[in-house]
Write a protein that binds this ligand. Sequence first.
Ligand SMILES: NC(=O)c1ccc[n+]([C@@H]2O[C@H](COP(=O)([O-])OP(=O)(O)OC[C@H]3O[C@@H](n4cnc5c(N)ncnc54)[C@H](O)[C@@H]3O)[C@@H](O)[C@H]2O)c1
Ligand SMILES: O=C[C@H](O)CS(=O)(=O)O
Length: 483
Amino acid sequence: MSHIDLFRTRNYIAGEWIDSARHYSVNDPATGQKLADVACAGADEANAAIAAAGLAGASWRRQLARDRGQVLRRWSQLMIERRDDLAALLTAEQGKPLAEARGEVAYAASFLEWFAEEGRRAYGEVVPTHKAGARVIVTKEPVGVVGAITPWNFPLAMVTRKVGAALAAGCTMVLKPSEETPLSAFALAVLGEQAGVPPGVFNVVSGDAPAIGQAVMASELVRKISFTGSTRVGKLLMRQASDTLKRVSLELGGNAPFIVFDDADIEAAVAGAIASKFRNAGQTCVCVNRFLVQDGIHDRFVERFAEAIRALKVAPGDAAGSEIGPLINAAALAKVERHVADAKGLGARVVVGGQPHALGGTFYQPTLLTEASPAMQFAQEETFGPIAACFRFRTDDEAIALANDTPFGLSAYFYSRDLARVWDVSERLQVGMVGVNEGLISTEVAPFGGVKESGMGREGSSHGLDDYLNLKYVLLGGLRNGA
Ligand SMILES: NC(=O)c1ccc[n+]([C@@H]2O[C@H](COP(=O)([O-])OP(=O)(O)OC[C@H]3O[C@@H](n4cnc5c(N)ncnc54)[C@H](O)[C@@H]3O)[C@@H](O)[C@H]2O)c1
Ligand SMILES: O=C[C@H](O)CS(=O)(=O)O
């Protein structure tokens, strides 16, 4: 089955596909060729979507959690049934290898399945009363209309990580996906409609990001913002949210350290390093940005890591065996080149790669640098590309100080087989998520999120629903004193 029935280029508002006067191009990052002209939504479309979400809210909220869950579970099943078509569309607009795109479809579907059940566990409380003839009751209620804004690097998973929780909680949503990758979000809406999501419960508007953002942020009806993207934009949205005191969840940038201690299993560390650095060509928020390698193991680790990096296959995402696809756009390539040039200028040594790939366009060679230092740009900024930079360290304290020396605090990884060290280092790292002897940590069952300038709130897990619920306390008086 082709993905043609999933291929939509208009905005999805109140269950209708709405065109706009203006259009913008969505391109294939592997070829630069235009994939689609997409209706360019602005403030008018955003306000129409907000009104639709408001109108749909009361009936969706009244549905039984079990019934909302059935719709989410069916949506998840439809995603899996259409996995190949969704993956093909995702690779076409985002560029990641098809194998990774298929993985993202399953990962994205897992959030809908997970929250199909979590929505049935939004338990309240009856608290032992402080007052005779009265009862203390605590309930959880949906926050209402949610504005969601998502990035281009995971065009499906970053959406379902939000819409699954929001709809399970009884909320309705206006989603603005990245204008780089709107097609996957439109395809998701097609399947949502087939799964039974009522008109207005899930709306998708893409186009003029600042105009849509301002309309969403200014609306009194929108009571919650859930944003995934750069720290820069996250701070802007948090400021805008204060005008109407919206609740805010922010999943922002990262600068993950990957610490290799002398006692590490070196083969496991290399495998973890490849997985956590080069997924999506290094374009994930939890990709390693700094490798910290203890002196005693440094040279052996660098040698094995270099061999593994040289073996990575760079190719368009739809090519057989592709492992490293193109970067999303020319600006992303320019940032990677800037970081490599800066590092070389400050003494870094290029062990592997270090140049744009012969394929041209936005393809870049998987790169390994050594002799890195904190003064280099990638030590403070997110590179978001296939660049691995190794720093040396001597002691545990030095490694932890280096790891925490960043405004970000999303994820960190380290390899050690010393239990005392594992507990000590895990507790002292200033991040939201730690991989110990593991390079891939993202799952729907665990709370995903960061601290410091990596954001606030958690997605997935049994905590993810809380971001879409308000607590209400009822003191029920005029009762008999009871037994
Ligand atoms: N923590 C996480 O879970 C997580 C996950 C994925 C990506 N990210 C981060 O996202 C970034 C890469 O994604 P990106 O380039 O799409 O980020 P970005 O911040 O440039 O854009 C993210 C979204 O915000 C929108 N946006 C931009 N300016 C806006 C404005 N003024 N008003 C309203 N919306 C606006 C964009 O259109 C897009 O939909 C990286 O920093 C990465 O670390 C974080
Ligand atoms: O970019 C970071 C996203 O959160 C992707 S994942 O959850 O790590 O797969």
